[in-house]
Design a protein around this ligand. Structure first.
Ligand SMILES: O=C(O)CCC(=O)C(=O)O
Ligand SMILES: [Fe+2]
Length: 345
């Protein structure tokens, strides 16, 4: 019998042995399964990650409460202009560049006005990082506008950081690169440069949507090492099927606490392409039968990003030795982030 074709689709991996087992055999098997899955698709689903369903539900409640605030409150934490790491509130239309008046954007930052027909990146979001990050500081809304929000956001950030470090270590161990490269790459992931993003994709009247030009979020890769994505029950996220390039697979929502892991640019560069960056997009779902209004959606990406003065370049040891030489260039994290940000804000 010849070798089997690679498993199709986006696989879901139960990583509980990485969270709560000390058995080296079980851990190694899980690491190999994880690396094999993301080698093929640049993405996988994760369950058994140790973040409790109640904690995730609580997080989505905070996100909803945040976006329900009046525009003026959210705008007190407005994302700064220019090339800076993601921090603060970005209202609808902010992250991609279609021209609206201030008034139009304000009125759309709840539900889209029925008569709004211009195309745009149809989402609002709020970015936070570590309060201990020394160069880039968080932008918070007033405490009295949403008491407890800041404390929750920092607590959740660090809970996700712990999980993300476990997964990062597993991915790196599974690549079999030499010890020095491993140590270097882990050391530039200090935990303080990650990002917790709350996202709200509003609903809209079906008749106002021109699907040829309007999406919730167009196809992109993340400029991260990798990203952990949490989403509510509403569909929208699609991940490119690398076995059928140009086609997309829905990141389905029927498992409430499944997260999706997507490799970002730094993961691809450092692994010399062995873990490819996942192209993904978020499409606006159709309105349910009998309804004129498309569903809204909340999601929460947690971006795992190295320190900006860190250096990322391709490694050629272990499993990465078989990859091409010279395809990826070595640069500081800052250079690459600035290059990507130029096209976003
Ligand atoms: O909302 C989602 O499911 C994905 C968001 C995303 O891809 C991003 O913010 O980079
Ligand atoms: Fe993304």
């Amino acid at each position: 019998m010849g070798s089997l074709p690679p498993p199709s689709g986006i696989q879901t991996i139960d990583i509980s042995p990485l969270i709560n087992s000390k058995d080296p055999v079980a851990r190694k098997a899980k690491i190999d399964e994880l690396v094999a899955a993301i080698h093929i698709q640049g993405a996988c689903g994760l369950v058994g990650h140790g973040i409790k369903i109640d904690r995730l539900r609580e997080a989505f409640k905070w996100a909803q409460k945040f976006f329900d605030l009046p525009y003026e409150e959210k705008a007190k934490a407005n994302h700064p202009n220019g090339i800076v790491p993601h921090r603060g509130y970005s209202g609808i239309g902010r992250e991609k560049c279609l021209i609206y008046t201030e008034e139009e954007l304000k009125s759309m930052s709840g539900e889209l006005a029925a008569n709004a027909r211009k195309a745009l990146d149809f989402k609002e979001h709020y970015d936070t990082g570590s309060d201990g990050e020394l160069v880039h500081y968080n932008l918070w809304i007033d405490e009295h506008a949403l008491p407890g929000f800041r404390t929750w956001a920092q607590g959740f950030y660090w809970e996700m950081e712990k999980l993300s470090r476990t997964v990062l270590q597993a991915m790196i161990d599974g690549l079999g690169v030499d010890e020095e490269a491993k140590k270097d790459f882990m050391s530039i992931h200090t935990g303080h440069q990650n990002g917790l993003r709350l996202m709200h994709y509003p609903s809209a009247h079906e008749s106002t949507i021109d699907r040829s030009s309007l999406t919730w979020c167009p196809t992109h890769t993340d400029f991260t090492t990798y990203t952990l994505l949490m989403q509510d029950e509403n569909q929208g996220l699609e991940i490119e099927d690398r076995l059928n390039p140009g086609t997309f697979l829905p990141a389905t929502t029927e498992v409430e606490d499944r997260m999706y892991l997507t490799i970002g640019d730094f993961g691809e560069i450092w692994s010399n392409g062995y873990l490819p960056a996942s192209k993904h997009r978020v499409i606006i779902p159709r309105a349910a039968d009998g309804s004129e209004v498309t569903p809204k959606r909340y999601s929460m990406p947690y971006f795992i990003t190295p320190a900006e003065d860190g250096i990322c370049g391709p490694q050629y040891t272990g499993k990465l030795a078989s990859g091409p030489r010279g395809k990826y260039k070595t640069s500081t994290i800052k250079e690459h982030v600035e290059f990507r940000m130029k096209f976003q804000y």
